[in-house]
Design a protein around this ligand. Structure first.
Ligand code: FEO
Length: 392
């Protein structure tokens, strides 16, 4: 995708990645991802963030067209994670006079990752940088997603370059702007990005959104996904809801099953939900990557987890899902459990530790059966489905 002018003398200069299978070597990218970098060509030229190292050649081609022989004066690092800083050392060689702008944490991490010599402009929260025809204001937003994360606000065009905040998975294959793309598609990819990458830092997202409340924002330009020019409030509000853990009425049933016993119990729970006409989704954690399972866990008010006992513990992939739930501090949900065991139990006891503290409410009955479930066991699973339907 070629560079796109998004505002006066302001350009999207990023790249689309359709090559990487796993973001951060863990999260699937069936629809790719974009690394958004922005160039402001005023009296002085500022570049905001770069791209992943493997895309540097393509990135430089776009920059060359935009620069038309001029040099970059400032490289503003809103976020130094290598998906956005991978081209820094090349830029440093090409533009030896470039001044890198960031905060104290940026400087620390820049040195740790790239061992580059000086020429660093230390900026503070609220400080502005003049490009001649406009001022850029720096807004610190620590832990959205790393400690150095900050945002850059163009006071002239009222564009917020927001770093990872307000970002999404999904490459920009059908357009760049919110009025060009399929927003329903990006809503799913936004929630998946948020739940997989940012969820743990929800409190800091809330803080950042509150901090932005007095700022007039005409456009949101994040490091991943679409640029919101038609309705920037939409994506800010969506992130507000996601970080506040506002959920939709519905239930995720996520299960593992080795010999179909736990699977048949999942179907019985679903039957109870269907009876009450409550939206629900059944996902087998052995068949659906946890990235997508967790996306639905973040979406719905109810979660029912099913697992056989495996070596006296939860099935390994279910243990990983439990770890994601804990690590991201998922809250304000109704939760149910079921599963089958053979020669030893253990899964149910581990499941129940999830509802011992915090704000996850256990919905009864917790159904654990030895071997194959009986009609009575299926009836209890159905009752669990009915009960969680009432709860959500
Ligand atoms: Fe897209 Fe936290 O990097």
């Amino acid at each position: 995708m070629k560079p796109v002018e998004i505002a006066e003398k302001t350009y999207w200069a990023g790249v689309n990645d359709f090559e990487t299978d796993l973001f951060e070597a863990i999260w699937p990218l069936p629809n790719g991802v974009s690394y958004n970098s922005y160039l402001i060509a005023d009296d002085k030229i500022a570049l905001i963030d770069t791209v992943k190292k493997t895309f540097t050649a393509e990135y430089l081609e776009g920059l060359k067209t935009l620069l038309n022989g001029r040099a970059i004066d400032y490289l503003i690092i809103n976020h130094i994670e290598p998906d956005h800083s991978g081209s820094i050392d090349t830029l440093f060689r090409l533009f030896p006079g470039i001044q890198i702008a960031g905060n104290a944490k940026t400087q620390e991490l820049l040195n740790a990752y790239y061992h580059l010599p000086g020429n660093f402009k230390l900026v503070q929260d609220g400080e502005t940088l003049s490009l001649g025809g406009r001022n850029l204001k720096f807004i610190m937003a620590p832990m959205v997603h790393w400690p150095e994360t900050m945002m850059t606000y163009d006071e002239k065009t009222k564009t917020l370059f927001s770093g990872d905040a307000f970002g999404a998975f999904g490459a920009l294959s059908s357009g760049l702007f919110d009025d060009e793309v399929d927003l329903a598609f990006y809503a799913e990819e936004t929630r998946r990005y948020f739940s997989n990458i940012i969820a743990k830092y929800s409190a800091m997202v809330q803080k950042a959104i509150t901090k932005l409340s007095g700022t007039e924002i005409k456009m949101v330009a994040s490091t991943h996904g679409p640029v919101y020019r038609k309705d920037p409030g939409y994506i800010i509000d969506f992130y507000r809801k996601l970080s506040a853990q506002e959920t939709e009425r519905g239930v995720l049933i996520a299960y593992a099953s080795m010999y179909e016993n736990t699977k048949r119990m999942a179907d019985a729970v679903a039957a109870g939900l269907a009876e009450k006409r409550v939206p629900h989704k059944i996902l087998n954690v052995s068949r659906t990557h946890l990235s997508f399972v967790f996306n639905d866990a973040w979406k719905y008010k109810g979660i029912v987890l099913g697992s056989p006992t495996y070596n006296t513990k939860l099935f390994p992939l279910m243990q990983s899902l439990m770890e994601m739930i804990r690590n991201s501090n998922l809250q304000n949900r109704f939760v149910g459990f079921f599963g089958s065991y053979g020669w030893s139990g253990g899964a149910m006891a581990q499941f129940k530790t999830l509802t011992e503290k915090g704000n996850l409410t256990l919905v009864e009955p917790a159904v654990e059966v030895k071997g194959g479930p009986t009609e009575q066991d299926f009836e209890r699973c159905r009752a669990l489905g009915l009960n969680i339907a009432d709860a959500v």
